[in-house]
Design a protein around this ligand. Structure first.
Ligand code: NAP
Length: 282
């Protein structure tokens, strides 16, 4: 357990003094798209804090198996499951397998996602709209629907949706992605109200630019840089956000420390990019 999260005092009376607030021991997490990118960072942080993890992937089996091996090296259980989560039948078959293997899921992280092509609505192919919305929204709905029955039977459940700071700006040329992430947040806020009486917390984590395959592509397309690290000097705190920064936020929300937090959107974007022409001015 990381020592920096040790807490004590009456607020944590349920645990002995010196307990960590990040403890996820005995809990089972399912992470969609957990094999690489932000999903891998989330898996790593949940496993570090004690969770066993079911890792979903779509195409990249090698990455998923590497991620699972890293979890097992921490002494936690990890299994990998191939499924296109935007496909109801595939998601259902996968959830059956996960529940057979683990018995239940306590933490559901809807992370799997794809970017849109960056075209205006006038030039957006309806097929692209369908693909993006299905991947972000229908998949999250499917997985919540599939895992909720067993989650409701547990002492506590957590659902975390990985959205994007794109929902703050809703910038031009991003309709499929903007619409998908806005709908994902709507699903989270609806679920938060429906599931509170079942002890299930539902929150959204909304990253800004993160160093992943998607982030590198975005940095090239939108910011015009070949290497994402060219953006370090203009990034908050002098570096581009890393997958573990998102994973730490997810792990906190699912921990005892996050027990009173539901129905919230947590932006993990360092406060956004600095738009001043000259930095360091006060
Ligand atoms: N990177 C950023 O700057 C950024 C910023 C804000 C929000 N986000 C969000 O964070 C999440 C993760 O993004 P990322 O940056 O890690 O992207 P990434 O590097 O492109 O990885 C995408 C992940 O999603 C999985 N995936 C995609 N479609 C899937 C499907 N239909 N079924 C199952 N898995 C699927 C991929 O699995 P396979 O590799 O197996 O295909 C992969 O694990 C996404 O929801 C994204 O919108 C990213």
């Amino acid at each position: 357990m990381p020592a920096q999260y040790v807490v004590s005092g009456p607020a944590y009376a349920a645990g002995a003094e010196g307990d960590t607030i990040m403890g996820l021991d005995g809990r089972v997490a399912f992470v969609s798209g957990g094999g690489r990118g932000i999903g891998r960072g989330i898996v790593a942080c949940l496993a570090r804090d004690g969770a066993d993890v079911a890792i979903n992937y779509r195409r990249d089996e090698t990455a998923a198996r590497e991620t699972a091996a890293a979890v097992r090296a921490l002494g936690r259980r990890a299994e990998v499951y191939q499924a296109d989560v935007s496909d109801w039948a595939a998601a259902r078959a996968m959830s059956d397998a996960v529940l057979r293997d683990f018995g239940a899921v306590d933490i559901l992280v809807n992370n799997a996602g794809i970017a849109s092509r960056g075209l205006s609505v006038a030039y957006t192919d309806p097929a692209e709209m369908g693909r993006v919305v299905h991947t972000h929204v229908f998949a999250a709905f499917y997985l919540a629907k599939l895992f909720l029955p067993t989650m409701r039977e547990r002492a506590r459940g957590d659902i975390v949706m990985i959205s994007s700071s794109a929902t703050r700006s809703l910038a031009a040329n991003g309709a499929p992605y903007n619409m998908a992430k806005a709908a994902l947040e709507a699903l989270a806020k609806t679920l938060a109200k429906e599931e509170r009486d079942h002890g299930i917390r539902v929150n959204v984590v909304a990253p800004g630019l993160v160093e992943t395959e998607m982030g590198r592509r975005l940095a090239r397309a939108v910011r015009g840089v070949r290497d994402i690290h060219e953006l370090d000097p203009v990034s908050p705190f002098g570096f581009v956000c890393q997958p573990e920064d998102i994973g730490n936020a997810v792990a906190f929300l699912c921990s005892d420390g996050g027990r009173y937090i539901t129905n919230q959107v947590l932006y993990v974007d360092g406060g956004g990019f600095d738009t001043r022409r000259t930095r360091g001015q006060v």
